[in-house]
Ligand binder design. Structure first.
Ligand SMILES: *Cc1c(COP(=O)(O)O)cnc(C)c1O
Length: 223
């Protein structure tokens, strides 16, 4: 079932867009099934869960941390994480840098922006991002590399609204690229789109989509 779902999703994701299989709450056997179907990039949103899965699954998996990251949990994922999607403050970025130094790594990160019409979602606005990027403390961080932006659209059936929110994130990306990362080729990622809205996100310029339930089935949080 997972392999069939994966093939259906893959058929709708162009080759220049990275498909992240969001496997949070799912058992290792489900990830192994996706792995056997060729999937190598997985997204998790709990540090300990990601560390535990990383320990038992093959080494060539790329682990993307997609959720809100607590400072005291960074140490569990810093040795191996490929990309942290949801940086929403300078202090979090400083804490990631500190763990990256300990592991002698440079960790790629995305800045998360608040694009939804909901109070509940984390993320920066443009002013906060500017303050962060222009701060002296940011310039001293040598072990984190900002490679793009991430956002989550409002949970709604109104696809016009969702499309506008994705357009907004694309504009934010373009502005940051022009003003802060013009000569940095690695700043190129726009992580947006989930199971229900990723086709719209791709139309609006997503370079990474984060798809969970459409691959692994609905999640059960009560287990
Ligand atoms: C859970 C989650 C997803 C995937 O959600 P689906 O609707 O199951 O595809 C994507 N991004 C983030 C940040 C998530 O927490």
């Amino acid at each position: 079932m997972i392999q069939e779902n994966l093939n259906i999703v893959r058929a709708t994701v162009p080759s220049n867009v990275t498909l992240i299989a969001v496997s949070k709450t799912k058992p290792v056997s489900d990830l192994q099934e996706a792995y056997d179907a060729g999937q190598r990039i997985f997204g998790e949103n709990k540090a300990l869960e990601m560390r535990d899965k990383h320990q038992v699954l093959p080494d060539d998996i790329q682990w993307h941390f997609i959720g809100h990251l607590q400072t005291n949990k960074i140490k569990y994922i810093a040795p191996f994480v490929t990309l942290i999607h949801a940086i929403d403050s300078l202090s979090l970025l400083e804490a990631v840098n500190k763990e990256a130094v300990k592991n002698n790594r440079v960790i790629d990160c995305l800045l998360q922006f608040h694009i939804a019409q909901e109070d509940t979602k984390f993320g920066l606005d443009m002013e906060e991002a500017k303050t962060l990027l222009e701060s002296d403390s940011f310039k001293d961080l040598k072990n984190v590399n900002i490679v793009g932006v991430m956002g989550m659209a409002t949970f709604t059936d109104d696809s016009a609204q969702v499309r506008n929110e994705f357009k907004n994130l694309k504009n934010i990306f373009d502005t940051l690229k022009e003003n802060y990362f013009a000569d940095k080729d690695s700043f190129k990622e726009i992580s947006m789109g989930m199971s229900d809205d990723y086709p719209i996100a791709i139309e609006e310029g997503a370079t990474m989509v984060r798809v969970g339930s459409k691959i692994f089935g609905a999640r059960n949080y009560n287990i």
